[in-house]
Write a protein that binds this ligand. Structure first.
Ligand code: ATR
Length: 308
């Protein structure tokens, strides 16, 4: 039986063995652990309705080590697809039949499409980043000089790899632990024959400040900003109005410090909600083809944000 509200039902792994009959039938899901906070149903269910698809999207809590079994159960229950979130993106890579080349390159699967019982794994992190930058700022990542704060983490690596694959030729990789950047540098250089201006620095304010005049797009891929008390990532008054600021963090309680700094500088900005929207749209397209109903998804997400 659903444990939460009907608009976004929540199930446990054990319930996958004998999934309850819902109206509309459950055909899509997001898995993670924890998962009860996920806003994905509030984005995908309006999209399904807008397209007249007789299906609903649910949340399922799946423990570590159970992803492959969960995928088999989803397939047996007639599901069409699944989104995969923390901590399962790496386990999912080994739990599908066919890994999309980009997902292989990014080292993680966050979208499953089930077609004729076969499991196809995709990654929407990188493409979602490119699309959301284009929508938010009207420019292509390839034409920008990009600073990635937290490039040594999983999200930062995905942004860096996708940026180079998309043709970006100026990247500054910043990480609190700078030594984590060496393998990424080698990997990025192997992705293209073109000359790429790759630099690294720490997250020290002085180091970042010395580079900002040569940067167009600043991406926060660290987890800094999730908590209100987090220290500022950038030195005070270091942003200019020409900067584009992309904070992958979304904080329901209000704008992050980075977004507040961007606003104060008159700089354009986007946050993690924008990424979630475009990742969701790309998943939807893997499942159903064509273009996703972006406005229905956006309104669903905004409503979910207002009610959280
Ligand atoms: P994800 O896969 O979601 O990106 P992750 O791999 O744990 O998560 O990466 C988190 C990123 O945030 C890393 O770049 C991490 O820096 P370190 O590599 O030095 O650990 C960064 N990060 C987390 N907390 C931070 C903090 N308080 N200050 C600066 N960077 C931080």
């Amino acid at each position: 039986m659903p444990c939460l509200d009907v608009a976004s039902p929540f199930f446990t792994f054990d319930q996958l063995h004998n999934f309850p009959a819902l109206t509309p039938p459950a055909r899509l899901a997001v898995i993670g652990d924890p998962i009860s906070h996920s806003k994905s149903p509030q984005m995908h269910n309006p999209a399904l309705q807008a397209c007249g698809i007789d299906a609903q999207y649910v949340r399922v809590q799946v423990p570590v080590g159970k992803v492959k079994e969960a995928f088999a159960l989803f397939a047996a229950q007639g599901f069409l697809g699944v989104n995969i979130t923390i901590p399962h993106k790496f386990e999912a890579l080994d739990a599908v039949d066919v890994v999309d080349p980009l997902a292989r390159q990014l080292g993680a699967v966050n979208t499953l499409a089930i077609r004729d019982g076969r499991l196809f794994g995709y990654n929407t992190d990188g493409p979602g980043f490119l699309r959301s930058v284009k929508e938010a700022f009207g420019v292509e990542v390839k034409d920008l000089r990009v600073l990635i704060l937290g490039a040594g983490g999983g999200a930062g690596r995905a942004v860096a790899v996708q940026s180079v694959l998309a043709g970006c030729r100026h990247l500054l990789l910043a990480n609190r632990t700078e030594s984590k950047l060496s393998p990424l540098m080698a990997e990025l250089r192997s992705l293209t024959q073109d000359a790429v201006d790759l630099q690294t620095c720490t997250l020290e304010h002085a180091a970042i400040a010395s580079h900002l005049s040569e940067i167009d797009l600043i991406v926060n891929a660290t987890s800094v900003g999730m908590k209100v008390e987090d220290a500022p990532l950038l030195p005070a008054s270091s942003l200019e109005s020409r900067h584009l600021v992309y904070d992958m963090v979304y904080r329901a309680s209000g704008p992050t410090d980075l977004i507040q700094q961007a606003t104060a500088a008159g700089a354009r900005h986007a946050d993690g909600m924008c990424l979630l929207l475009h990742q969701g749209a790309i998943s939807f397209e893997h499942w159903f083809g064509g273009s996703a109903p972006l406005e229905a998804m956006r309104q669903g997400l905004l409503a979910a944000a207002r009610s959280s």
